[in-house]
Design a protein around this ligand. Structure first.
Ligand code: GLN
Length: 282
């Protein structure tokens, strides 16, 4: 389609949706056109013949080409919503997933002391830490990540949202200031390094350091479960996201390490996708 002259929104969207190889092709196209034009998605339906400039049509076409190559929409837009919070994202971080909101819900259901000390390990964009801080201004939420760009991005997101979350650079617990927490939460990398899913879809463009964890996907979870007790208050909780087929192994790691009240919880698809346990007396 020529992009030199003004183009009707609907014609652009229909042509793009036909070419984007994704289950969400039409939505993707609408998000990209909205990003380029500043027009709302609902306006495309209300006024399908509305024209956008040739320049805007060309910018849209460039984004559509990158989407056809497989680039995730969130990286093309530079942002992603999580827990209704608009978060900036970059290819240095994992794109926050809806399922991780289940982890946030589970954390919010725990009965923690007033002014609870909370730590989000491997925070990426800051998604989990920021969601918790937005719900609990009384909690003292801190976060860490081993990637400098992620630390900067999480700090930027905290600033933009006006949320009080301190973000440190640390590989898990290694470089943290000494402290004790009432809740340690993490969505660590948990994919096995030979998993075929790594060659499919959006994950091809996400940093492997945020996704892959050794031959069984459990290297980082093993380290966190092993070291977390040294950082938990008596009665504090450890809550970790993992793969749908790892729940049994993760529960065993928690129990062997001495956690009590160990149980797994499900994601929106009804699969066991996170495990929690209490350190010491409840
Ligand atoms: N904690 C971040 C998230 O849930 C990043 C997770 C990761 O990089 N594995 O989105």
């Amino acid at each position: 389609m020529s992009t030199e002259s003004p183009q009707a929104c609907e014609a652009l969207l229909a042509a793009a949706a036909d070419r984007i190889p994704s289950d969400t092709a039409r939505l993707d196209a609408e998000l990209l056109l909205s990003h380029v034009t500043g027009l709302s998605r609902t306006s495309f339906r209300a006024w399908p013949e509305r024209e956008v400039s040739g320049k805007q049509a060309e910018s849209f076409e460039q984004l559509v080409s990158r989407r056809i190559d497989g680039q995730p929409v969130a990286y093309l837009l530079g942002h992603q919503e999580f827990w209704s919070l608009p978060l900036n994202v970059s290819p240095a971080t994992l794109i926050p997933r809806p399922d991780t909101e289940c982890l946030v819900e589970t954390a919010l259901d725990l009965s923690l002391p007033a002014n609870a000390q909370v730590l989000d390990l491997g925070t990426g964009t800051g998604a989990i830490a920021l969601a918790l801080a937005s719900e609990h201004p009384d909690w003292r939420v801190s976060a860490c990540d081993c990637v400098e760009e992620a630390v900067e991005l999480a700090r930027q997101n905290a600033r933009l949202l006006g949320l009080d979350v301190s973000v440190a650079r640390s590989s898990w617990f290694a470089d943290l200031e000494p402290g004790k927490f009432d809740l340690i939460v993490s969505n660590p990398p948990y994919i096995a390094d030979n998993d075929h899913h790594l060659g499919e879809g959006d994950v091809r463009f996400e940093p492997s350091s945020a996704l892959v964890s050794g031959t069984d996907g459990l290297d980082d979870i093993r380290l966190i479960v092993e070291q977390a007790p040294g950082w938990l208050n008596e009665g504090g909780w450890l809550l970790i996201e993992h793969g749908f087929d790892q729940a049994q192994a993760v529960r065993a790691l928690f129990s062997t390490r001495g956690f009590v009240s160990v149980e797994s919880r499900q994601d929106y698809g009804g699969r066991d996708r996170m495990t929690l346990g209490c350190w010491g007396a409840q």
